[in-house]
Write a protein that binds this ligand. Structure first.
Ligand SMILES: Cc1cc2nc3c(=O)[nH]c(=O)nc-3n(C[C@H](O)[C@H](O)[C@H](O)COP(=O)(O)OP(=O)(O)OC[C@H]3O[C@@H](n4cnc5c(N)ncnc54)[C@H](O)[C@@H]3O)c2cc1C
Length: 474
């Protein structure tokens, strides 16, 4: 049984501002790319809180509707210079742009991703046509500025998109997550003008990216990495030697951010980030892993055998790679937390549709038994709590506040909720949850990775405890 999750909306009342509840004008999955939505908007959340100004380019005909309903807050904002005494809105409220993103991605996930999820899992392969559609939808350049062909949206829009994709397929979600929150962000933030000009338009439109930090001997202890970079004589660039492990997107990617140590005598302060393109001599994919979950997402071992990197492919500054990696993973964790929240909701919806509509025992729907209802209610509450942590961490990051503890808490908790809820969802569906016809067992398998990548649960706990201890030590 392949039960589609009810869509395209979920948690509608809680997540959408009262002034953004108009229906989308798009009749089917051929929705306009999210970049259209961003270009047609009037004010985004960042505009309201005083974030970087956005350029608004030509407004496509189909989305002119987004210009009409001005948010009350926006209307107020241009009359007042001091916003400090405005009552903050609930954390789950989205700006018009973000709500449109949520709606559009939800529809795409439900109509385009979901029908392929089971097949891609069985094949342990991402459908290349789907990757193309992700680019067409603008989902691969969510935060890339419009001048480079991206959607020019904010971080929360990316988080909302990652969450919606995970409701249908966490493998597709992590492809988009790694590409946007780690790879694109690294180039936007530390890329030279030349790197941005050469690669951002490609990353936004047709080139998948990978982030290569982990190695066989360095996972949680990431900065113990052994891949070496040496300078080529005469300033001709660098040579990389070593190997990477568990690299997401590596089958689909043509663009790799590789961390290597340029000066081991400086320990982690020698770590440097480089851009390597697939096809560079000495760069090869050694092995594709067979996995428990997120099986459509590629995870590979990469060999670097005297890979020559031209000087212009240095990302940022020599010896700063560890800082970049820490910064990226701190924010990337919010993406994984969003993936886990979306997964939990997808598993929950898939199961409640069955127990409240289809399956009867003892003469009534199994979802009417109180023992079931309490578990269902408890699970939904946990999903809502996880989502509040995720959105709060995202908002704090956008506001320029310290979000490191919040991101760690969001990832820790969301991955726990995903495991718990998707496991219960299998039980609620009985035998139908256990067989590989539907998606229940897949969601459960997929949930396990949330406690492992971008920092295990123990590493999140370490981060949380360290920050608390610092705060409470006199
Ligand atoms: C599917 C998948 C995709 C991945 N994608 C990428 C990617 O795209 N790029 C990339 O660079 N990496 C990627 N990784 C690697 C991932 O980030 C690491 O697997 C993760 O950081 C954990 O490292 P490890 O597997 O070596 O576990 P280990 O570090 O060996 O940990 C083993 C156990 O020891 C515990 N532990 C370790 N240190 C401590 C400590 N200080 N305190 C308490 N407990 C501790 C851990 O919590 C864990 O339970 C991916 C991994 C997987 C499985």
């Amino acid at each position: 049984m392949s039960t589609p999750v009810p869509g395209p909306r979920h948690l509608a009342a809680e997540t959408r501002s009262s002034w953004t509840n108009q229906e989308l004008p798009f009749p089917d999955w051929r929705i306009p790319p999210v970049s259209w939505v961003s270009q047609g908007r009037t004010r985004g959340w960042m505009d309201i809180v005083g974030g970087p100004p956005r350029s608004v380019s030509a407004t496509p005909r189909d989305v002119t509707k987004y210009q009409e309903p001005l948010r009350p807050l926006s209307a107020t904002a241009h009359r007042r210079s001091d916003l400090a005494d405005l009552t903050p809105t609930p954390i789950t409220h989205l700006s018009e742009t973000e709500a449109a993103m949520q709606e559009a991605v939800s529809r795409f996930a439900n109509d385009v991703v979901l029908p392929r999820a089971r097949e891609m899992d069985e094949a342990e392969q991402m459908d290349p046509a789907l990757v193309e559609q992700l680019f067409e939808q603008g989902l691969m350049g969510i935060e890339i500025p419009e001048e480079y062909g991206g959607a020019g949206m904010n971080f929360t829009a990316a988080i909302v998109g990652i969450e919606e994709l995970a409701r249908a397929d966490p493998s597709v979600s992590v492809l988009v997550d790694v590409h946007n929150t780690l790879v694109n962000t690294a180039v936007i933030r530390w890329g030279s003008a030349d790197l941005k000009r050469r690669f951002l338009p490609r990353l936004a439109t047709n080139t998948v990216g990978s982030f290569c930090l982990s190695e066989p001997a360095s996972g949680s202890d990431a900065f113990a990495l052994r891949t070496r970079a040496t300078k080529v004589d005469g300033g001709a660039g660098y040579r990389l030697s070593g190997g990477k492990m568990w690299i997401t997107n590596s089958i689909e990617a043509d663009f790799f951010i590789v961390f290597a140590n340029l000066d081991p005598s400086q320990a982690h302060r020698g770590i440097t980030a480089f851009v390597v393109e697939k096809g560079t001599p000495g760069f090869s994919i050694a092995k594709k892993e067979k996995k428990l979950g997120i099986r459509a997402s590629s995870t590979c071992v990469i060999n670097l055998d005297d890979v020559e990197v031209p000087p212009e492919n240095l990302l940022g500054e020599e010896g700063q790679g560890y800082k970049y990696a820490i910064g990226l993973l701190n924010e990337g964790r919010i993406g994984i937390a969003a993936q886990m929240t979306g997964l939990a909701l997808g598993a929950w919806e898939n199961a409640v549709k069955y127990v409240w509509n289809d399956r009867k025992q003892f003469g009534k729907l199994v979802g009417e038994f109180q023992g079931m209802q309490h578990q269902i209610a408890q699970s939904y509450t946990e999903i809502a709590a996880a989502r509040a942590l995720v959105y709060n961490a995202a908002r704090k990051k956008e506001a320029g506040e310290d979000f490191v503890r919040d991101a760690a808490m969001a990832k820790l908790y969301a991955s726990q909720v995903a495991g718990r809820v998707s496991g219960l969802a299998v039980e609620w569906m009985g035998g139908m949850g256990f067989v590989r016809e539907g998606l229940a067992e897949k969601f459960w398998r997929d949930s396990k990775i949330g406690a492992i990548y971008e920092g295990t649960s123990n590493i999140q706990l370490n981060t949380i405890a360290k920050s608390l201890q610092k705060e409470y030590t006199v």
